[in-house]
Design a binder for this molecule. Structure first.
Ligand code: GAF
Length: 388
């Protein structure tokens, strides 16, 4: 059985109950949310200035809160994590030393966003965070938290910037406060997501083109391996560095400018570059196929993408490979692949609606761990929520 996605209104209600418990007040002044994302294709291409095709999810991070009179900040999360405190307080007065990363780790994303917010100084505030995006599941729980906090701060003090500037500030927060040299995909789609549309993003120009994914039609099934990935582990940074070195060796500013012909010869030390060059091309073809409703072709490109991430880029793992192979054994499945940074997290599968139950059952049977399933559709990006 697929899990049901919690309604945004239920998350807001949970955050409001915690707000009352923590601050003794009935109603916060502001409520906002920002979604996680699933990437349909175009993996590890964003920091090479290539193309990506993600969509925003109905899984979101909610922030509710109010202005403080001084410069004190208190943030509480409703998430349970036995190892980490659920509440953090600091002052924005003086230099930025209170924003130095530390514990709890979840608060580092908040501190990073405050540090890179485009309209300083910020007033103090009290807020509660609640999220339905699985943590460390490859669905951008961190970008959704960054973007939700930024959107909340915009209600307290407008920043006068545009959405791209907002995404870049949130990306910077991840670089400086989580130590992950991520690309721009997750933050952009969390801000710009649209109901019924995947977004083709050119990660060089940051131009975004909608690609309609109208349902009913095929379904998108997300399968969480429940194996938590750790993007901060050195592998992500290592891949990024390999790509930069490969681009320099080819005399290019980024791998976006390189062609397979230029890689000819000894490919043995350039397999990462080959993944990026081919994945960028695949993403453009996949967007075109989706526009035409050519789901079989789209599915074939998803499988090629997965195989390339597994064999060339080496960011998949046994659990993700098992889930993808199992999905592909079911009639009515167009394609399946790992999604996000890799080393755990989720797979995404495109399939006929009538095959969903069969696919879930078969994946459960063939998987060595315990997986969670969500049927999903493209949703709205970050937004301010009513508080009635
Ligand atoms: C993570 C990063 F945050 C993204 O920028 C992107 O590189 C992705 O991994 C891989 O495509 O989600």
């Amino acid at each position: 059985m697929a899990a049901s996605v919690p309604a945004v209104s239920d998350l807001v209600a949970a955050a409001r109950r915690q707000f009352t418990r923590s601050f003794g007040e009935e109603t916060p002044q502001v409520a906002v949310c920002a979604p996680g994302r699933v990437n349909l294709i175009g993996e590890h291409t964003d920091y090479n200035q290539g193309f990506v095709l993600p969509m925003a999810l109905p899984l979101v991070t909610v922030v509710v809160g109010s202005l403080n009179l001084g410069q004190d900040v208190t943030i509480v999360t409703v998430a349970e994590d036995a190892d980490e405190p659920r509440e953090v307080s600091f002052s924005l007065a003086g230099d930025n030393s209170a924003l130095t990363p530390g514990v709890p780790r979840w608060a580092n994303y908040v501190k990073g966003v405050i540090q890179h917010y485009r309209a300083s100084p910020l007033p103090g505030f009290r807020a509660v965070v609640a999220s339905s995006v699985p943590l460390g599941g490859g669905l951008s729980s961190s970008a959704s938290l960054e973007v939700a906090i930024y959107t909340f701060l915009q209600q307290l003090k407008p920043d006068g910037g545009d959405n791209v500037a907002k995404a870049l500030s949130c990306q910077k927060a991840e670089h400086t406060h989580a130590g992950v040299p991520c690309g721009i995909m997750d933050q952009l789609v969390s801000i710009l997501g649209k109901e019924g549309q995947a977004l083709l993003i050119d990660c060089r120009s940051l131009e975004v083109s909608p690609v309609p994914l109208v349902l009913p039609g095929p379904l998108i099934l997300i399968t969480n391996s429940n194996l938590k990935h750790s993007l901060a582990n050195s592998e992500y940074a290592k891949r990024r560095q390999q790509c930069e070195e490969a681009a320099t060796a080819l005399g290019k500013k980024s791998l976006r400018d390189a062609t397979m012909k230029e890689l000819e010869g000894d490919l043995s030390d350039k397999v990462a570059a080959r993944h990026v060059i081919e994945e960028t091309e695949r993403t453009l073809q996949a967007a075109e196929a989706l526009r035409r409703g050519a789901y079989k072709e789209f599915g074939r490109l998803m499988v090629e993408s997965h195989n390339s991430l597994r064999d060339l880029y080496e960011v998949s793992c046994r659990e993700l490979d098992q889930l993808v192979s199992a999905a592909l054994e079911v009639d009515g499945v167009f394609g399946s692949r790992m999604t996000g940074g890799g080393f755990g997290g989720c797979t995404v599968t495109l399939l006929e609606a009538h095959s969903v139950d069969k696919a879930i059952l078969h994946m459960q049977e063939r998987f060595s761990g315990t997986a969670t399933f969500f049927i999903t559709s493209p949703s709205e990006g970050a937004r301010v929520l009513p508080l009635s």
